[in-house]
Design a protein around this ligand. Structure first.
Ligand SMILES: [Zn+2]
Length: 121
């Protein structure tokens, strides 16, 4: 990652850590919501009229958790690439990913050109 200064890498790493903290927070909140919904349902006992509503809410929260967890994985992978020293290199063409692109999107795994061609396929 010669195209990145150690200061850049430090900044990017900090961004990733912040993103990870925020996501973990969101996941915990969503999980707490699901637990609360379960408890509310148990408190009402069987035959509550809004059972289906609770499960819709749970489903929504669970799909949010799934999205967050996928995002979390891309962040952890980026952190791993930093610690391994091959961060900021395009996974398709092996060229360095532009510094501006990385600063805007620290989890980027492809350069702009490859990303666009990957999206168009
Ligand atoms: Zn590329």
């Amino acid at each position: 990652m010669k195209h990145l200064s150690s200061d850049d890498v430090r900044k990017l790493h900090m961004q990733l850590v912040e993103m990870r903290t925020r996501l973990l927070d969101e996941i915990h909140t969503a999980e707490a919501d699901i637990t609360a919904a379960h408890e509310a349902r148990e408190g009402e006992g069987r035959g509550g009229s809004d059972t289906s509503e609770i499960s819709r809410f749970e489903e929504l929260r669970r799909s949010e958790i799934e999205i967050d967890e996928n995002h979390l994985r891309t962040i952890e992978e980026a952190e791993h690439r930093i610690s391994e020293g091959h961060y900021g290199v395009c996974m398709d063409c092996g060229k360095p990913i532009a510094r501006e692109r990385l600063l805007a999107l620290p989890t980027a795994v492809r350069c702009k050109v490859c990303e666009e061609s990957a999206l168009s396929h």
